[in-house]
Design a protein around this ligand. Sequence first.
Ligand SMILES: C[S@@+](CC[C@H](N)C(=O)[O-])C[C@H]1O[C@@H](n2cnc3c(N)ncnc32)[C@H](O)[C@@H]1O
Length: 278
Amino acid sequence: MGRMRATPQVRDKHLLYSAAVQSPDTDLEFFLRVFRRERGRTFRTLREDFCGTAALACEWVRSGPDRRAWGVDLDGRTLDWGRRRYVSRLGEAAERIELIRGDVREARTPPVEVVAALNFSFCVFKTREELGGYFRSVHAGLDPDGLFFLDLYGGTESMTEETERRRIAASRAFDGTRIPAFTYVWEQAAFNPIDHHAVCQIHFDLAGGVRLQRAFRYDWRLWTLPEVRELLLEAGFARADVYVEGWDDDADEADGVFRRRVRFQNQSGWIGYVVGIR
Ligand SMILES: C[S@@+](CC[C@H](N)C(=O)[O-])C[C@H]1O[C@@H](n2cnc3c(N)ncnc32)[C@H](O)[C@@H]1O
């Protein structure tokens, strides 16, 4: 009988992050559905702002030979990680992706059909002037019929100091690495109701009592949906639609289907997409 070999522990914070919070295929399915509904066709070009490791941009070019992507991020080390671990595995598709180190407000990419800014990253902009400036630059960088996808979290418990733990099942990363089960810890470490400045941190609890303390730290302004929608309209977008998941009463959890809504009952926590329609 062969000896069982335990899957080696994964301590790479980007791999753990990808297993805990990213699902680029689900995001892309959503973008395709909304784009088709709005424009009656599909799209080929995508710019991922605040791309980090560029998981979304890589998944996009991998999913079809006529798809192109650009990724923009300030952090050269994270971009290098993405180049090494993801882009290098893309084969010929690697020629259809470009990662740019820089500020999203100054990104010079050809006009694209879709810009995405996920995992609440735009919350680094803390004033209306800064966020409005970013939205105007996205508007200018889109094709005339392009769409802009953002996500945002909120809910009655988003404005408190609290910590949430979630068990993440074993999975396989984009580059094939096996990631054993672990616990993802989301800490809302500080929140100031006067200016909505929030400090959030991600920790990972691994097998054997190993903790990756403060693997990621975010210093944000927690924007609200009405503020984001108003700023998108002020920046020139024709509409700013909100999509949230439905609620499954039997399972007592979100049903995983994002629908366009003009009203929904607030919950302790929700994540929604905001879509800027140019
Ligand atoms: C929350 S992470 C998001 C990573 C990835 N987009 C995702 O969905 O998981 C935020 C990223 O934004 C980058 N960033 C922060 N401010 C930026 C700016 N002004 N321009 C470009 N990138 C920025 C950081 O370097 C970091 O990689």
